[in-house]
Design a protein around this ligand. Structure first.
Ligand code: 3H9
Length: 682
């Protein structure tokens, strides 16, 4: 028997335990262990039923994603599945942790599924740009019916065991901590009852009622058009599920294989699989020892109860960590608390939490008007006005009250963290924790490592990110850190380009079709042109619109006109303002441009800035830039982010494009392009 699998027989029940850390993925080793284990039990007459269980933190969490695209070795997954499903002895999958993807598909091959209440099951392949390719699209509909299968597989979210039991995705709940015993008892009962073997593939009752209803799938796609836009996988998933209703099982399986193959070779899936690992890379800092101990964070202070401070506080409340929230005056404090409460109440109204939980979270807040209230905090995050003088003053005062060893964090998005740290006598305890707005929703956390930030403080930042369910990306100190800096050339390029001929709607459409939620001009109108232009003394395009009373969606329109339902239409007034401003700037109108040209003009400079950020050592690796743009700016994940996308386009093409725009390519970009290198592909 391979080291990954262990077999034992207890009273006629064969128990196969898989142990392949960290997540028991269906690697060649795991497949071999399954193959050997099931063959052994099939040949052993003393074994009457089989329990498949896993060691460690979880049941099998899916196919081994790191094997994708490499030559396969060891037993083929389908052969292993055939042995299990074709066997004559009942098999019980005993689930803890997460049975996901190929792991849950394996559980569906087994005759029964039993899980502890804390377990989750599901088919999350869609997040990797794939579909369940080991029978999941054919078997799950046979258990839950077509509509539920559509939601479960295109959504991909894991389902908790109790809900899974209701849906029929599992057959029984085990007691927490007693999975093995309960699974063995379940298997014994099966043997005692001696009923026929139930195979999911043979079930028809849940799919039959939907046969011949092709409009059901068309309607589903229409209803979800917004969510599915740009992705390939949801469309193939819907086709595969339709096949489950329409075709005999084996033909459905063949259709699934074909649709899976299409996705596997798609750029979208390659990008999404890259992104899966990129998210996890962010927490790895090469010069930080993996075993660096994090400092305990049991009480948090947040200075500033505005939109940012309030959002930051909510992250900790959600994780059950008490927060002292400090504001300058009672009115601002009350306003901040009111917004937090309202946010929670809205969640409760949508059924995402109970009213009791709302009160529990609110009770974790200690409101305060003085920094003295922060003397017991392990971590204090400052979210006050973005001005160096104010930040330094706050840090100096905080340094005087915070206990020794407390971490002092700034949420600054542009300022020099080392300068802020110099206002304290403990620069080693100062770190940047840069949240993105709305801070309780956006998953990105830029952890800014100052010149003197200690390893323990950095390690604590990384651990905090995990605690509050954020994805960390570590940045060195530099203007705008990673996401804001890399993305800023996009808006600059848009305001330049609109003077040269393409209209705001041409530019916005090109970026929307690329995959962004909206283009830069629609975004400016949403945020407010007065807000964007604030603080500038120069004459700007936005400023000219503001002078006409055009502030964006909120007042008189901006780059677009809006009707009373906030539907936009091209604005002749804005077009005139743009033409006048172009004249003022002496920019010649060169007429319209193709979507491809517009995308290059706006996004090649982003890649260039990314290369600079890498060159300067601000970001550790190209994938961190991709994660920052995807999570901080909703860059479409199926392109892999700017750096992965640049590799897809080809770096020489990016270099040529930049030169044609009169932009000097970054040294690193030029070198990689010349040497045939890439940013993200090894
Ligand atoms: C599939 O199954 C296709 C099939 O339909 C058909 C094929 C024919 N493979 O997330 P964590 C690594 S597609 C390889 O930090 P957590 C991960 O990189 C698959 N490696 O832990 C990390 O490594 P490192 C469908 C994997 O506790 C370590 O394990 N399944 C895989 O926060 C720990 O991961 C999925 O999409 C994998 N499948 O969360 C599930 N999974 O330590 C994907 C994890 O070196 N996995 N690793 O950074 C997850 O959602 C989460 O990892 C899980 C644990 C919830 C399981």
């Amino acid at each position: 028997m391979s080291q990954v699998g262990t077999t034992e027989v207890i009273d006629g029940i064969g128990i196969l335990t898989i142990d392949y850390p960290p997540v028991n993925a269906l690697s060649a080793h795991t497949r071999k262990a399954l193959d050997e284990g099931f063959r052994q039990f099939a040949a052993d007459d003393s074994v009457k039923a089989i329990v498949l269980i896993c060691a460690g933190r979880t049941f099998i969490a899916g196919a081994d994603i790191s094997e994708f695209g490499k030559p396969s070795s060891g037993p083929n997954l389908q052969e292993v599945f055939d042995i299990i499903e074709g066997g004559s002895k009942p098999v019980v999958a005993a689930i803890h942790g997460t049975a996901l993807g190929g792991g849950y598909e394996l559980a569906l091959i087994c005759h029964y599924r039993i899980a502890v209440p804390s377990a989750k099951v599901g088919l999350p392949e869609v997040a990797l740009g794939l579909l369940p390719g080991a029978g999941g699209t054919q078997r799950l509909p046979r258990i839950v019916g077509i509509p539920a299968a559509l939601d479960l597989i295109t959504g991909g979210a894991p389902v908790g065991a109790r809900k899974a039991l209701e849906l029929g995705m599992i057959d029984a709940l085990a007691d927490e901590g007693k999975l093995r015993e309960d699974a063995i008892a379940f298997a014994r009962k099966l043997v005692a009852e001696g009923g026929p073997l139930l195979r999911v593939r043979d079930r028809q009752d849940k799919v039959e009622p939907y046969r011949g209803q092709s409009e059901l799938y068309a309607d589903y796609l229409k209803k979800n058009a917004r969510a599915f836009r740009g992705f390939k996988a949801p469309f193939n998933i819907v086709k595969a599920i339709e096949a489950a209703a329409e075709l005999p099982f084996d033909q459905g399986m063949a259709r699934e294989r074909e649709l899976f193959g299409e996705l596997m070779t798609s750029t979208e899936s390659a990008a999404q699989r890259y992104y899966f690992f990129a998210e996890r890379e962010g927490a790895k800092v090469p010069d930080l020892a993996r075993d660096t101990a994090a400092l305990p964070v049991k009480a948090v202070g947040v200075i500033g109860a505005g939109t940012m401070g309030g959002g930051i506080a909510m992250n900790f409340l959600n994780a059950g960590i008490p927060v002292t929230l400090v504001e300058m005056n009672q009115a601002a404090l009350d306003r901040g608390l009111g917004v937090i409460r309202k946010n929670y109440e809205n969640s409760a109204a949508k059924g995402r939490m109970t009213t009791e939980q709302v009160e529990q979270r609110m009770a974790l807040i200690t409101p305060a008007l003085e920094l003295d209230a922060l003397k017991d905090a392990d971590l204090v995050i400052e979210a006050v006005f973005e001005e160096m003088g104010i930040k330094k003053d706050v840090f100096a005062r905080l340094d005087a009250v915070a206990k020794p060893g407390a971490i002092l964090a700034s949420n600054t998005s542009f300022l020099d963290l080392d300068d802020i740290a110099s206002a304290t006598a403990r620069p080693e305890s100062v770190v940047g924790l840069h949240f993105f707005s709305p801070a309780n929703v956006m998953r990105l956390l830029e952890i800014v490592r100052g010149a003197r930030t200690s390893d323990a403080v950095l390690a604590t930042g990384l651990r905090i990110a995990k605690t509050i369910a954020k994805v960390p990306v570590v940045s060195r100190v530099g203007p705008g850190f990673i996401a804001n800096r890399v993305m800023s050339p996009r808006s600059r390029a848009a305001t330049e380009l609109v003077l040269e001929g393409p209209s705001p709607q041409d530019i916005d459409k090109a970026l929307y079709d690329y995959g962004f939620a909206m283009g830069p001009f629609a975004m400016s109108d949403l945020v407010g042109l007065d807000v964007i232009g604030r603080g500038s003394n120069e004459r700007t395009l936005q400023g000219d619109l503001v002078k006409l009373g055009r502030l964006g969606q909120k007042q008189n329109g901006g780059f677009y006109d809006y009707d009373d339902k906030r539907q936009s239409s091209p604005s002749p007034v804005a077009a005139q303002v743009i033409a006048d401003f172009a004249k003022f700037k002496g920019v010649e109108n060169k007429g319209p441009q193709s979507a491809e040209q517009i995308v290059a003009r706006l996004l090649f400079p982003v890649v260039n800035e990314g290369a600079r950020v890498l060159e300067e050592g601000i970001a550790i690796r190209a994938s961190d830039i991709d994660v920052a743009c995807i999570l901080g700016y909703n860059w479409p994940v199926y392109t892999g982010g700017p750096m992965f996308w640049a590799d897809t386009v080809g770096l020489p093409k990016i270099v040529e494009g930049l030169k044609a725009m009169g932009i000097e390519p970054a040294r690193l970009l030029a070198e990689k392009a010349a040497a045939g290198g890439t940013f993200t592909r090894g």
